[in-house]
Design a protein around this ligand. Structure first.
Ligand code: THU
Length: 132
């Protein structure tokens, strides 16, 4: 699957966002080695801190289906942003524990912007289980 195809799936996933408070819909698509793709979208709540990001819903969706870090090949995230959509700090922390550090993360928007990065770039010097 090309990165453009993965971004297209993230754009489709974004349609499922439940974001009545921020009106900021985000979509994500997580590609696995076996070719399966897990989608995610942000899901908000009137109790704002309970809002869940698209990247994490995709990741948790995959984990709950039995996938693990070594199964993940790439992640795409997209929103209606001016430039490429950048994962928030909380998602960076979660990705640093559950997503391969060098695997591609495609930050995209609805107008064709597409920038590739990885967890290692997004969150250098991450806090992890070894620090406990
Ligand atoms: N959001 C995501 O889904 N991913 C991010 O990386 C940034 C923020 C969501 C959370 C909330 O529902 C809305 O975007 C506004 O912050």
């Amino acid at each position: 699957m090309t990165k453009e195809e993965l971004v297209a799936l993230a754009i489709e996933a974004r349609e499922r966002s439940y974001s009545p408070y921020s009106h900021f819909a985000v979509g994500a698509a997580l590609l696995c080695r076996d070719g399966s793709v897990y989608i995610g979208a942000n899901i908000e709540n009137a109790s704002y801190p309970l809002c869940m990001c698209a990247e994490r819903t995709a990741l948790y969706n995959a984990l709950l289906d039995g996938k693990a870090q070594e199964d993940f090949l790439a992640l795409a995230v997209v929103a209606d942003t001016e430039g490429p959509t950048s994962p928030c700090g909380a998602c960076r922390q979660v990705l640093s524990e559950l997503f391969p550090p060098e695997a591609p993360i495609y930050m995209a928007n609805l107008s064709g912007a597409l920038q590739e990065t990885c967890v290692h770039e997004l969150l250098p010097f991450a806090f992890d289980g070894e620090d406990l």
